[in-house]
Design a protein. Structure first.
Length: 372
């Protein structure tokens, strides 16, 4: 009816015309006291990436009343007389009352939708812990620029695969363990002419923590203003990984799965990994520490263009090892049985042989050794 439509429109405007519900203290009292952890406030237009569509079906009573009104307007009352004003007014008041209740319900659904949106669409945002005194934020290196840093931490449900994009500036470290969820720690750092500017840059950096795809975005880097976001993850042992960076190293330990990685400027360290593992760096060294007595999975293929290679092989380890360099020396610290001369390339079955373990460099030395 016109009254119910007007009421619903008013409810909708009250819900969506507010830009993030204003400040923390401007939220409705029942939200402030009943939902102290609510984060659906203080955001700007565009921060929420979606819209709820809420359909409220008319109750049987409202539909029946509307049908009776339409029939009465078209043919009059059953006895042919004029409709009784008091009866019509009572029905109209009842209808308006129910429409008003529907409008209030719409407002409640809208508030609930906003609260649920902060949990469902960005669950990590509602649970993120921020620390500015974390040891990871300790400044390293020499620079006369002002520095600001904070560590953001969140726990996400495990889905079996995690992808991290740390571009343009940031490293990635992933550790597997006996957990059933994914712990994400992100160090957000900024450099500028003043500390206030650096803090402003940090506050403008947004983390994408939507399930499988993790990353960061921030303001343009101009002049002496720059920022980075590095990630440390603790994941279940059996997890597939997709890791990418431009300026930052990549480290993976204790993970078994389909693992792909790539970085341009940064070293690579793999320890105790298994599965189908492959990746490369352009400018950086590679260290692979094998564990156990054989490679578990289909194999390993890691390459660097500019950097040395170190392969740590336990005693009595079985695999088909292939390593080498184009421009650099080669050293093997334990006896191996090969045919021909070891010069720039080594291809040998260790122990009983097994899946291929390949680590190559173009410009850099190669060292194959036992664990220390």
């Amino acid at each position: 009816s016109p009254d119910s439509s007007t009421a619903l429109a008013t409810a909708a405007s009250r819900c969506w015309d507010r830009e993030g519900g204003g400040s923390l203290e401007e939220r409705p009292e029942f939200v402030r006291h009943g939902y102290p952890d609510d984060r659906a406030h203080g955001f700007a237009i565009g921060d929420l990436r979606g819209v709820y569509s809420v359909f409220l079906p008319l109750s049987d009573r409202v539909r029946t009343t509307q049908a009776k009104q339409r029939a009465t307007r078209s043919v009059g009352s059953p006895d042919g007389s004029v409709n009784h004003p008091s009866r019509h007014n009572v029905e109209q008041r009842d209808l308006q009352k129910e429409s008003s209740m529907t409008a209030r319900n719409a407002i409640a659904v809208c508030i609930g939708a906003v609260l649920s949106w902060s949990v469902l669409v960005a669950p990590a945002r509602a649970q993120v812990q921020v620390r500015t005194d974390d040891e990871w934020c300790e400044r390293s290196g020499q620079s006369d620029r002002a520095y600001a840093c904070e560590v953001r931490e969140v726990t996400l449900p495990a889905s079996g695969r995690v992808a991290v994009d740390a571009t343009p500036n940031g490293g990635i470290r992933v550790e597997g363990g006996s957990r059933t969820d994914v712990l994400v720690r992100a160090r957000v750092s900024a450099w500028a002419d003043t500390e206030a500017e650096a803090r402003e840059i940090v506050s403008a950096i947004r983390l994408n923590l939507d399930g499988e795809e993790l990353g960061a975005s921030g303001p343009d880097m101009q002049g002496d203003r720059s920022w980075s976001a590095s990630f440390r993850l603790s994941v279940p042992v059996r997890t597939d990984l997709g890791l990418e960076s431009t300026n930052g190293g990549i480290s993976v330990s204790g993970v078994d799965g389909d693992i792909e990685f790539r970085t341009t400027n940064g070293g690579v360290r793999l320890e105790g990994v298994a599965g189908n593992v492959g990746g490369r760096t352009t400018n950086g060294g590679v260290t692979v520490a094998l564990t156990g007595d054989t490679w578990m999975g289909s194999g390993l293929d890691v390459r660097t263009s500019n950097g040395g290679v170190t392969v740590v092989v336990p005693e009595d380890y079985s695999a088909h090892l292939e390593t080498g360099t184009t421009n650099g020396g080669m050293r093997v610290d334990f006896p191996v049985t090969v045919q021909g001369r070891i010069y720039k390339r080594l291809a040998v079955d260790l122990g009983d042989g097994g899946p291929p373990v390949k680590i190559l460099t173009t410009n850099g030395g190669v060292t194959v050794k036992r664990p220390e």
